[in-house]
Design a protein around this ligand. Structure first.
Ligand code: SF4
Length: 94
């Protein structure tokens, strides 16, 4: 497990994506410095900048760690909640 890359470790987890409920909503027009902070902090790498420097975000791979809730609510993060019951991440191997 120690020699695995982040992408390999994330690939072990299973995601039950709730297509009808975007549990985290973001503001792509938030301040660039706040966006850059979440690009660096999200452990799943879901906050990304495209080729034009614009924020892209996909809640489907969320680890539900709460980092962006603590750091970004009221700025980049417009709303945050857990996925509905039975949905979201299923951790494997601890
Ligand atoms: S809760 Fe954690 S994993 Fe999910 S989007 Fe926010 S920082 Fe990323």
């Amino acid at each position: 497990m120690e020699d695995m890359t982040i992408d390999e470790k994330l690939a072990v987890d299973k995601f039950h994506v709730d297509e009808g409920h975007e549990h985290i909503c973001v503001d792509a027009d938030a301040s660039p410095s706040e966006i850059e902070r979440l690009v660096k902090l999200c452990p799943a790498g879901l906050y990304r900048l495209d080729g034009t420097g614009r924020l892209t975000f996909d809640y489907a791979g969320c680890l539900e760690c709460g980092t962006c809730l603590v750091v970004g609510l009221g700025g980049v993060v417009r709303s945050w909640s857990y996925p509905r019951g039975g949905m979201g991440v299923e951790f494997r191997q601890g």
